[in-house]
Design a protein around this ligand. Structure first.
Ligand SMILES: *Cc1c(COP(=O)(O)O)cnc(C)c1O
Length: 450
């Protein structure tokens, strides 16, 4: 639109110069716009009828679309749906698969936000759940499936024990019942592990973590394998195979194997509204361009750190699947050929006082609740992420008073070890130091007596 000089000041301030010249940028353009003008009357109708083209950013945006196609490719899925956070991704996928009166079977050891969503929010919608304690126990999964079960849910690598899911085995259980296994692959990333290649039907991520990678934005993504089978599973998901509220053909008729993700894209995400900002989508896409480089370096650093910690007398245990001492280490040989990830816990001898002194002495590793950042991060799960669990549950999850969670970044590993040494010196001061302090304060007899 070219404005003419005789238009008013306010009209020109809105419209003049809005016809950006066409160019072909090398970087992904950020379509920072709420909507898109229609080319013609019929285009508007076609958009509303068949979803052709872009109309409004809540239902589609070219920047978001490009990032979705990149993630679908990296995960080996058919299509991806980007949303505003990992929490939104889990919410959208579960509400797209499960109705009131139906049932979820879920691993016990999962992200607290997911557990809370199921136990507090979905419970109020009369969606039921059973939890599986031993994530690789096929018989336990089988025994908890009911006729109303519509999804199995687990994480590829779970906090805090670093459990590694035997995806192929659990996917077979799901498949036997015609229902999808949904895997939260946040900790592993598609560079290390692609659950769809092992039989999972759907993958979700908190893109806020490794995918974006620099701790600047939140995002979430759902990736579908595109293999929804309406003949086998149609009766379980009538919203995918029945005619819609206004009649016409079903999603399965229109989208075939993509019916599930089409439903999430058309009917769940835009209605609930967790739309990603195009700027955030751009930043996730930018992060993805260096995913393999970061995750490889982070995994290498994590192994160095985990091995070092496991040799230290102040450390009672290190729960890292990359160490031969981990119960799922053999499984890692099968699923994690490129590295073992970089988020894990270790437990200090002593308890909460030692954990506090350790954390407070660190200078390189940041104390915060996040993970998958280029910066190394630390958190005390017992008083933060796992505070809503009972002490018995915490112990079963490997969260003791002296347990700390690390998310290892890309820093020089020698600096990370030096920082962790600093932490150990503070949490477990050598006896001579204790004596020197006490001598200075005139309490020598106490030390001698002890
Ligand atoms: C952080 C996280 C989530 C939630 O993602 P947000 O982006 O914070 O909403 C879900 N699952 C796992 C495993 C996570 O680490």
């Amino acid at each position: 639109m070219t404005q003419s000089a005789d238009e008013g000041f306010t009209t020109r301030q809105v419209h003049a110069g809005s016809d950006a010249r066409a160019a072909r940028p090398r970087a992904l353009p950020i379509y920072m716009t709420a909507g898109f003008p229609f080319d013609g009357f019929d285009d508007a109708a076609a958009h509303f009828d068949q979803g052709d083209g872009f109309g409004y950013t809540r239902t589609g945006n070219p920047t978001v679309d490009a990032v979705e196609r990149k993630i679908a490719s990296l995960e080996g899925g058919a299509q991806a749906l980007l949303v505003a956070s990992g929490q939104a991704a889990v919410t959208v996928v579960l509400l797209g698969l499960v109705s009131a009166g139906e049932h979820i079977v879920c691993a016990t050891h999962i992200y607290e936000g997911t557990r809370g969503l199921i136990l507090d929010n979905l419970a109020r919608l009369n969606i039921e759940v059973d939890f599986v304690d031993d994530v690789n126990d096929v018989a336990e999964w089988e025994s908890k499936i009911r006729p109303t079960t519509r999804v199995l849910f687990a994480e590829s690598i779970a906090n805090a024990r670093n459990d590694l899911l035997d995806i192929a085995s659990i996917a077979r259980v799901a498949d036997g019942h015609g229902i999808p296994l949904v895997v939260d692959n946040t900790f592993a990333t598609p560079y290390l592990l692609r659950p769809i290649e092992h039989g999972a039907a759907i993958v979700v991520h908190s893109a806020s973590k490794f995918l974006a990678g620099q701790g600047s934005v939140l995002g979430g993504v759902i990736i579908d394998d595109g293999r929804f089978d309406a003949v086998r599973s149609g009766a379980l998901y009538p919203h995918l195979t029945g005619t819609g509220r206004l009649g016409g053909s079903s999603l399965a008729e229109r989208h075939g194997g993509l019916a599930r993700i089409a439903y999430l894209r058309e009917t769940v995400a835009p209605r609930l509204g967790p739309t990603p900002s195009p700027l955030n989508a751009f930043l996730v896409g930018q992060g993805l361009e260096t995913l393999s480089l970061r995750v490889q370096r982070q995994s290498e650093n994590a192994l160095i750190v985990a091995e070092w910690l496991s040799t230290r007398p102040e450390v009672a245990s290190v729960d890292y699947v990359g160490l031969p001492s981990h119960p799922h280490h053999a499984l890692a040989g099968r699923y994690l050929a490129r590295g073992n990830g970089s988020v894990f816990t270790f437990t200090l001898r002593g308890g909460i006082d030692e954990a506090r002194s350790f954390v407070e002495a660190l200078r390189v590793i940041t104390h915060m609740t996040h993970l998958g950042d280029v910066r190394s991060l630390i958190l005390h799960p017992g008083t933060t992420s796992h505070v809503r669990r009972t002490p018995e549950e915490r112990e079963a999850h490997g969260v003791l008073p002296g347990t700390l969670r690390l998310s290892i970044g890309i820093e020089d590993s020698a600096d990370l070890i030096a920082d962790l040494s600093r932490g150990l010196d503070a949490s477990h001061p050598p006896l001579e130091t204790v004596e020197a302090v006490r001598e200075e304060s005139g309490a020598l007899d106490v030390v001698v007596a002890a």
